[in-house]
Design a protein around this ligand. Sequence first.
Ligand SMILES: Nc1ncnc2c1ncn2[C@@H]1O[C@H](COP(=O)(O)OP(=O)(O)O)[C@@H](O)[C@H]1O
Ligand SMILES: [Mg+2]
Length: 286
Amino acid sequence: MIIKLENINYVYNPNTPFEKKALDNISLNINEGDFIGLIGHTGSGKSTLVQHLNGLMKPTSGKVIVDGVDINSKDANLKEVRQKVGLVFQYPEHQLFEETVYKDIAFGPKNLGLERDEVHRRVKKAMELVELDFETLKDRSPFELSGGQKRRVAIAGVLAMKPKVLILDEPTAGLDPRGRDEILGRLETLYQEGITIILVSHSMEDIAKLVNRIVVMHRGKIAMEDKTREIFKEAEKLAELGLGIPQITSFMKEYKSKGNQIEDTVLTVEEAKDELINYLRRKGNA
Ligand SMILES: Nc1ncnc2c1ncn2[C@@H]1O[C@H](COP(=O)(O)OP(=O)(O)O)[C@@H](O)[C@H]1O
Ligand SMILES: [Mg+2]
């Protein structure tokens, strides 16, 4: 296991009129090889939670353990933790600041004190991973790029640290469909490369397509936690929490309710297509 949360509580502005309990007794294990989808209504505590995973925020009470070390204890090395657990904020392009794409991505590895050659290798590799062409883009200003490209520069900067765990907080928010696809298309590949991923997203479609486990937050608590398919079987429970299910899953449920003997737990259009073809064949043969 890489990250273990034990009874995390977090209160914003304690002992003031603005006091707000954002995390309420959260316990969660994140294992190597997980691809977790973190979902929940706006204000449910997702962003607050993910900032606890790399020590950016300290819990009011409870423990965050990364690779066996309590990261908020005196002997913890936060720099090392932030290298292991890479966090891509919402709108990460707001944090780009160097005059070239290369310098921006190199910033983190340089700060680790790595040699020039190693920094160079990492920048190149990180750009490959997010499909940014090294030769044509390395000397460009990040501010001249498209929204999707800027965001990929920001993600590359985190990847250049070679994190074991990559956390992305709403990585496609505010992008056009093409920008979204550019980012989402890369996540599957990154996962195949062996990185553990936590994806915070509003899009049930994206979550259904990509992740293998879902954690649902509600008012600072974990309301549900299970394999992706199991979670999307619970349409009513999700609706109570203000959340939907993928459109295609919803369509298949509806079609089944009309008396069609199909499996209605599909998660993607591809799965639905196979199921419908099989069903129509069975029906044709009957
Ligand atoms: N800086 C802050 N100060 C006070 N309250 C905050 C702050 N950030 C978030 N909150 C509150 O904490 C709760 C959880 O917020 P957040 O973690 O941003 O949720 P989510 O990412 O799921 O939308 C919300 O009620 C939000 O209003
Ligand atoms: Mg948020």
